[in-house]
Design a protein around this ligand. Structure first.
Ligand code: HEM
Length: 413
């Protein structure tokens, strides 16, 4: 296999269950030009340096025609009236919007928001596991790992969970828009994603208006009732931000929990330890973010100028894929990187990215996964995988099992 086609192999569904040997091959050339014009960056130090390099843009409107790659989830503005959210913008605009969005979510203005949710998250997990009492087999995705983060993001934003059937479809279409491996026509997929984004935006705008009239303890209410005009998002900025948080809180944490349980069931001694030592959950979740990251790569960066890195010049306007999951297994950075070690200390992984776009929801995602895995370990009696490897989702970017069938001996406690 040539270096120029490795990314194609990696995104091929046939390799979804174990892409890691292909990443090892990709790392032989830290920055490699793929046959379709994409520059794949696969080694730890090169990924780190580009994630912190202002010559790299997250705004796909900076791509030059004819430079290759598939344009993903851009040109939203023309078709839907919704401009890009801050994940697709560069400083200084990115920084302004991120700071305003952070006001009701975390420090410095609301430092306790996530911490104070702990009790509620615990009760949600308890309720979902109580619901499995009559069962001896569970699909962890449909019965637990999907509903839980959706309940959480609904609670946090102030979205009624009863509307799940409506927004589930929009969320799936939006996420399909960033699937570079799909065999469907990219233009049609993009249009479907843009339409879904617009519909979700309209739905959230309607809710925001309700929350302006009757504010509650949630992010939508906080955003629409901000009194200081210099600290307020415009109505359209609020909608793009709410759409971003809603989707980001939907499609990633499910994979962390599911990849986590799969890894624990493949490593029963760690599962047994977690049952007795719940404090292991903290380093364990970090190791999961390194070992089986829910976001495998960032396929939407563009070079703003020629960039000379690791002996290759990435030309201005070229698409760049930062292969986070490969950096996480780079032996030049991590000792024995293919070993799952829940006590790994030196673990500056790329699970949440790095640099100005570092995951906004990381404290929440960590807490959700820690609580979920600890309770699952403690309460599912003698669990075992009914199928290994499980069937995976098609999307190679947000990688995780589509179903995870677990047989168990009943619910404890
Ligand atoms: C396990 C769960 C999660 C993982 C693995 C994850 C991963 C990531 C990664 C890798 C990025 C960097 C994207 C880039 O550089 O282009 C990111 C950004 C982001 N994440 Fe997460 N995320 C998770 C959960 C969440 C949750 C629960 C939320 C919302 C509450 C969230 C909100 C965001 C936002 C808004 C950004 C964009 C930040 C920016 O552009 O400044 N994420 N996430």
């Amino acid at each position: 296999m040539t270096q120029g086609t490795l990314l194609k192999q990696i995104t091929d569904y046939a390799n979804r269950a174990d892409p890691y040997p292909l990443y090892a091959e990709l790392r032989r050339t830290p920055v490699s030009r793929q046959d379709d014009g994409v520059y794949a960056v696969s080694t730890y130090w090169e990924i780190l340096s580009l994630l912190h390099d202002p010559r790299i843009s997250s705004d796909t409107r900076n791509r030059l025609p004819g430079m290759g790659g598939t344009l993903l989830a851009d040109s939203e503005e023309e078709d839907t009236g919704l401009p890009p959210s801050f994940i697709r913008l560069d400083p200084p605009e990115h920084d302004r919007l991120r700071r305003l969005a952070m006001r009701p979510f975390g420090p410095p203005h609301t430092p306790r928001r996530i911490h104070d949710l702990r009790g509620e998250l615990d009760r949600m997990v308890t309720g979902l596991i109580d619901g499995l009492r009559d069962r001896r087999e569970v699909d962890l995705v449909d019965d637990f790992a999907y509903p839980f983060p959706v309940m959480v993001i609904c609670r946090l934003l102030g979205v009624p969970h009863e509307d799940e059937a409506r927004f589930h479809v929009w969320a799936e279409q939006i996420v399909a828009g960033i699937d570079p491996s799909s065999s469907e026509d990219p233009a049609q997929r993009q249009q479907a994603a843009q339409r879904a984004r617009a519909e979700l935006g309209r739905y959230l705008a309607g809710l925001a208006e309700e929350h302006r009239r009757t504010p509650r303890d949630d992010l939508l209410s906080a955003m629409v009732t901000e009194q200081d005009p210099r600290e307020r998002l415009t109505p359209i900025e609020m909608i793009t931000t709410a759409v971003l948080l809603f989707i980001a809180g939907h499609e990633t944490t499910v994979n962390l929990i599911t990849n986590g349980m799969l890894t624990l069931l493949r490593n029963p001694e760690t599962l047994a330890r977690l049952r007795k030592e719940p404090e292991l959950a903290v380093p364990l979740v970090e190791e999961l973010l390194r070992f089986e990251p829910p976001v495998q790569f960032l396929p939407q960066r563009t070079a703003l100028t020629d960039i000379d890195i690791a002996g290759t010049v990435i030309p201005k306007g070229a698409p760049i894929w930062l292969v986070l999951a490969s950096g996480n297994r780079d032996p030049r950075r991590f000792e024995d990187p293919d070993r799952f070690d829940p006590e790994r200390v030196d673990n500056q992984h790329f699970g949440f990215g790095s640099g100005v776009h570092y995951c906004f929801g990381a404290p929440l995602a960590r807490l959700e996964a820690q609580i979920a895995l600890t309770q699952l370990a403690r309460r599912l009696g003698d669990p075992g995988l009914a199928e290994d490897p499980p069937p995976y989702r098609r999307n190679p970017v947000l990688r995780g099992p589509r179903h995870l069938k677990i047989a168990f001996d009943g619910v404890v406690g």
